[in-house]
Structures are given as C-alpha cells and as structure tokens.
Design a protein around this ligand. Structure first.
Ligand SMILES: C[S@@+](CC[C@H](N)C(=O)[O-])C[C@H]1O[C@@H](n2cnc3c(N)ncnc32)[C@H](O)[C@@H]1O
Length: 452
C-alpha cells in the first residue's frame, strides 16, 4: 500500500518546481492504490501545506537555525508536511506526525538529519504546550494577517483597502476553509424538488440557498460527483451560487441572440441557455479550444442545443458587431474571490499580473460593447475581489464611453439582493457564504433615450 505522506511529499516536490498543485496531486494519485481515507489525507496534506506555506515558513524561520529559504528544498517540504499536521490536523496524534516526518526525512535523502527533524518537531510541540502558539507575529497589521493566515502582503492590503481589519481577517479565514459545492438545477429536464428528493433518498444532505431559484448546496463531501443522482441524466451541473447570479443579471429571453465573450468551460453560457428555454442562439466564444470542449460535453449532458462555439480572441471578432441582444463578458481575472478553490493561486498571482489582466479586461470590454444592438445589455463579471479588475475597469470604460451607464438589477432579479448603491453586484464570501464575485450590467443611455 503506498504511503500517503510520501505521495504528498512527491507532489510538493513537483509544485516547488512550478507544477500546478492540482496537476501534481492528480499525477501522484492517479496510479496509487489508496484507501479513500489515505487519498483524502494526501490531498489535505498537499493543498494544506501549499496554502499555509507562509505560516509554515515563518515557523521554520523562528524554530530552526537556518531560515526556510536556506533549507534544502526537499527538507523544507518535509518540514512543511510535519508542521502542517501538528498545527492544523487535530485528528493526527502529535507522536504520529513526528514519527512519520522523521521517516520521510530518512527515506528521502536526509538520514543524517533525522535527529534534527525529530528535535524540531518536538520543539514545536513543547512550545505549543507551554506558551500557546509557537508562531510569533509581526506587529504591522498587514504582515500579521499575512503571516498568521498565509497570504502575500499585497493581497491582504487589497482587501484591507476595502474592509476593516476584523472583516479582512474573516475573509482571510474564509479563503482557508475547504470550498463548498453548489449545483445548478437544469429546469429543462427537472425541478429543484425532484433533485432535492433524489439526493435525500441517496443519503446526500443538500440545502436550498436564499434568492437562488436553481441552487442546491451539498452539505458534506459527497464523493465522486458523477455518481450523484441525476448527473448522467443532465439534471444539474456544478456551479457556485455566486456564478449563478451572473446569468440572472444578463436576464436573457427566449429567441434572443446572446454572445458570451469568454465562455469556456461553459457554466454561464449553459445557464443562459436554460433561462432562454433553449430557444434562440448563444455564441460561446473563447480563445482556449480545450476548455470549449468541456462546454460541448456539458451541453450534450444537459441536453442543450442552442449554443454555438467560436474559437478565437474576442478582442477581434468583427462578425459579431451590432448583432447581440445581450453580451456577457465573464472576464479572465486574478481569481481573488475563489482562492479557497485553488491552493496555489495566492502565490501565483502578482500585482504585475493584475495590471496585465486589467489591460486585457478593458480591451475585451471595449470590443464586447461593439457587439450589441443599440438597446442591448452588456454584463461584465469577474470572480476577483480586486478593484483594479472590477470597479476601475468599469469606471474607465464609462469615462471613455459617456453614452453608457450602469443599470442596477431589476427588483425581481435574484441578483437584486446583492446589489450595492452604485448599481453593481459584489459578493463578499465571508458575508454571503459564496465565492467572491463582481458583476455589473451596462446599457447605452443616450441612444436609449433618443429611441424612446
Ligand atoms: C473566467 S473564465 C470564463 C468562465 C466561463 N464564463 C464559465 O462560466 O464557465 C475566462 C475565460 O476567458 C478566456 N479568455 C482569456 N482571454 C481571452 C480572449 N482574449 N478572448 C477570448 N477568451 C479569452 C479564457 O480562456 C477563459 O476560459
């Protein structure tokens, strides 16, 4: 039987060499014959150690003679795994965490350092028993939150610029929790009642969500998603509640011509089709062909026929100019609203990358606006919580296009419950218990007035 800690170590080693965390984990797990329990442990160890990297490094800096970055990379990964178990996994006895970490060191090139690893781990346990938390925190509030909850300072600062300290800390904590799974029920083939009943009959606990007429949240880990009732029959697809709000804000009508400028893998395009009762035309555009394949698969499973695919850069698609009744731009973004879903995302994004994305978002928005008929509706959305990619993109667009204006969600729209006084919708995960999202609906003001 393979050892889940050894597999976790191998995955962490690839991640240090720049593999994506989910790809590295899949690779080590794919051929391993593990019990479900060991598979869960390996997953938790990899994602947890990656997510908590800054905190774990701070502990190595404080407890070791050498700083974390001076340790051999493999030894640093082994110490991360050991400390992660001691600090965050209550179900693992401290003695088991120590012994297995010593064993990892012995098996992976550090037989001469087992005494150090043993002493290091025991020092953490001793300090935790005698003086509470062995982690010493800086006094600067940004660095304190960054060290305690394991984020780069710049992300903490972006949130602290929008929230007070207590809420910023709540958000940091929320993004370290395991992500929830929401389903969007497909009204073309079933109903919320029918799916709820089928889930309950299969022993899967689910919950309805306020304001969201098609959403069911899974209340506990449900194993392989494809095995849940109704998957094969296209009764639902996985989509977070806040992502569901976007298509309600677009509010497409049967028979319309709708263009989704960044559509892959298709969650929102297929929701648009459901809201249109699969009548009309939805052009699903994206520049990544492999991701559009997923859209096709999902459309087939959900029994949706009204989507067409267009592969290419949406900044240059003259064939759509003036055609759309509605256009959705669900833009590529830094994903700061979904950090809990991607353990390594907080370390991969940078302020420079955000700047590049903001430029791309502006260009996409300007192009997408040309795709509309004169009274069309444009919705801009992202799953980030960075004003540079959200409010500032919209403000710059409105400055350069004074004939456009924000149209708040209609009072009967599910999105209305989340609207701000400015007319846009901003979902804060720690307040609303959903992924972080930003969305805004735009319309041409002047021509609309001239037409009426
Ligand atoms: C946030 S994801 C879209 C998610 C999708 N709307 C959904 O609900 O499943 C952003 C998408 O933008 C695409 N993208 C990035 N730059 C693009 C561009 N210049 N033109 C078209 N698509 C682009 C990416 O390939 C990615 O699939």
């Amino acid at each position: 039987m393979p050892n889940p800690r050894q597999l976790a170590f191998l995955a962490l080693r690839s991640i240090q060499r720049d593999a994506f965390a989910d790809v590295a984990l899949d690779r080590v797990l794919q051929d391993a014959e593990l019990s479900n329990q060991d598979r869960r442990l390996a997953t938790e160890l990899v994602y947890g150690s990656v997510r908590r990297q800054r905190t774990l490094d701070a502990l190595i800096d404080q407890l070791g003679k050498k700083k974390a970055h001076q340790q051999p990379p493999d030894l640093r990964a082994i110490l991360h795994l050991g400390l992660y178990q001691l600090r965050y996994l209550n179900q693992i006895p401290a003695s088991a965490a120590v012994n297995t970490t010593v064993e990892l060191a012995k098996q992976n090139g550090f037989p001469g350092l087992t005494g150090f690893v043993n002493g290091f781990m025991r020092q953490y346990i001793r300090l935790a028993e005698t003086s509470g938390d062995p982690l010493q925190l800086p006094s600067d509030p940004v660095q304190r939150l960054g060290t305690l909850h394991s984020y780069p300072d710049w992300i903490v600062q972006v949130w602290l610029d929008q929230l007070d300290l207590a809420e910023t800390e709540q958000l940091c904590e929320w993004m370290n929790r395991p992500p929830h799974i929401d389903l969007r029920i497909n009204p073309l083939h079933t109903s919320l009642d029918e799916v709820e009943t089928a889930m309950q009959a299969a022993g899967v606990a689910v919950q309805r969500l306020p304001h969201l007429p098609q959403a069911l949240r899974l209340l506990e880990p449900a194993g392989a998603i494809q095995k849940l009732p109704g998957f094969q029959s296209g009764w639902w697809m996985v989509q977070d509640a806040s992502a569901q709000l976007v298509s309600y804000l677009v509010d497409p009508q049967p028979g319309e011509f709708v263009i989704d400028a960044c559509a892959a893998p298709g969650g929102k395009a297929l929701h648009l089709a459901e809201l249109m009762q699969d009548q009309g035309m939805i052009w699903a555009c994206d520049r990544t062909a492999s991701r559009l394949k997923k859209l096709k698969e999902n459309a087939e499973r959900l029994g949706i026929h009204s989507t067409e695919i267009s592969i290419g850069d949406s900044r240059n698609q003259p064939q759509f100019v003036g055609k759309g009744d509605r256009v959705l731009l669900d833009a590529p973004c830094s994903g700061l609203g979904t950090l809990n879903r991607h353990a390594d995302a907080r370390w991969r994004q940078t302020p420079d990358r955000v700047q590049e994305l903001a430029t791309l978002q502006q260009e996409l928005l300007v192009a997408a606006a040309t795709w509309l008929k004169h009274d069309g509706v444009l919705v801009y959305a992202t799953c980030t919580l960075h004003p540079q990619e959200n409010e500032q993109v919209i403000e710059a667009f409105l400055d350069q296009h004074p004939d456009w204006q924000i149209e708040p969600p209609a009072p009967n729209s599910p999105a209305a419950a989340f609207a701000t006084p400015q007319g846009w919708v901003k979902v804060w995960p720690h307040r609303q218990q959903m992924d972080g999202f930003f969305m805004v609906r735009l319309k041409l003001a002047v021509r609309q007035a001239a037409a009426s």
